[in-house]
Design a protein around this ligand. Structure first.
Ligand SMILES: Nc1nc2c(ncn2[C@@H]2O[C@H](COP(=O)(O)OP(=O)(O)OP(=O)(O)O)[C@@H](O)[C@H]2O)c(=O)[nH]1
Ligand SMILES: [Mg+2]
Length: 317
């Protein structure tokens, strides 16, 4: 691990603050679940199951966690309710790290793919454009040459919003007028990026079209056109999910991943919601890694998802 991979105090503060509502929610529920009990028994475990399910962790993942805790309790015989949160933290961290991919070290890009092309997808309002702005900022900060493509041509405001982010971060935004062909915007963006030796290209897409079939067809068309410029593009199809919608985010991930190829996830708006537990369910359920989490509207409020730090922040170290 290099010195820069260190999880800084500022980042930890942003994470803790962002997850504070979820944390309060989970803790108050756990407190109620163990009220009047000194020992973790079947009743406590039943209550705990309910706590996790109502905290948006999802049924399947909750059952896995409970069964792990049952095993621990059977092994250790007497587990006090005071030890319960530490136990939860360990078992959840264990579950997530066991059956999943390695966390990314930071905002890094593979060196053998230039330009590295990221296509950002997701339904409307989940935070695609904001996430693109924050990502562009992070890549720019480490000296990368970043290009943005405004392929959400469905609304005029969408193009403008990306242009504003481009100005804020200081990176070029390739655009056409509203209503123009998104695939053509993607083509232009990749062509410019390639001609200017860009390191990374991030393409914004529309979240809303007349219907779902249209949307999926359009995403496929954008992908195919990209390949004419960069044959193995897009390298990353990043699906953005709004974490504050809890189980809806989970459902969206299911539907989107079934309809189109997605190889990375971002879960946004974890600040200001008590539904952050959904990240645990999403991270456990999908073979696709949660790469980024959104913890606020500010330019610095996007973090690389690190399972251990996330669970530590939620349940305390
Ligand atoms: N609190 C908070 N707000 C966020 C976060 N990410 C995005 N938002 C806000 O969510 C709203 C929608 O974000 P956009 O980036 O416009 O979402 P979008 O997916 O591009 O939306 P469309 O272009 O309409 O499909 C904006 O007000 C953002 O500031 C986050 O992590 N936390
Ligand atoms: Mg947008």
């Amino acid at each position: 691990m290099g010195i820069f991979s260190f999880f800084s105090k500022e980042k930890k503060e942003t994470l803790d603050k962002g997850l504070s509502k979820t944390k309060e929610n989970v803790f108050s529920k756990i407190t109620r679940a163990v009220a009047g009990k000194s020992k973790v028994d079947d009743e406590v475990l039943d209550n705990l199951e309910e706590v996790l399910i109502t905290s948006d962790v999802g049924v399947d993942t909750t059952l896995k966690i409970i069964s792990r805790i049952e095993k621990r309790v059977a092994q250790d015989k007497y587990v006090t309710t005071q030890e319960l949160t530490a136990l939860l933290r360990d078992e959840i961290a264990g579950l997530l790290t066991e059956n999943n991919t390695e966390d990314a070290e930071g905002f890094t890009l593979p060196e053998d793919k230039t330009p590295y092309v990221i296509m950002v997808v997701g339904v409307n309002g989940v935070g695609k454009t904001t996430t693109i702005g924050k990502l562009a900022y992070q890549f720019k900060k480490v000296g990368k040459n970043v290009y943005l493509g405004a392929a959400d041509t469905f609304r005029a405001a969408a193009v403008e919003q990306l242009v504003i982010w481009g100005e804020r971060v200081g990176v070029p935004v390739i655009k056409q007028k509203m209503g123009s062909d998104p695939a053509s915007v993607a083509f232009d963006t990749l062509s410019s990026a390639k001609a200017n030796n860009a390191d990374v290209v991030i393409i914004d897409t529309a979240g809303r079209l007349h219907n779902k079939i249209n949307l999926m067809n359009e995403l496929t068309k954008i992908k195919n056109v990209m390949k004419k410029v960069v044959p193995d593009a897009p390298h990353e199809v990043l699906l953005v999910l709004d974490g504050s919608t809890g189980q809806n985010a989970f459902e969206q991930a299911k539907q989107f991943t079934a309809a189109t190829e997605v190889n990375a996830l971002a879960v946004t708006k974890l600040d200001g919601t008590a539904k952050g537990g959904v990240v645990i369910g999403i991270s456990d359920h999908f073979r696709i890694p949660v790469k980024y989490i959104g913890l606020g509207e500010g330019i610095e409020d996007l973090q690389v998802f690190r399972k251990k730090e996330f669970v530590n922040s939620l349940f305390g170290e």
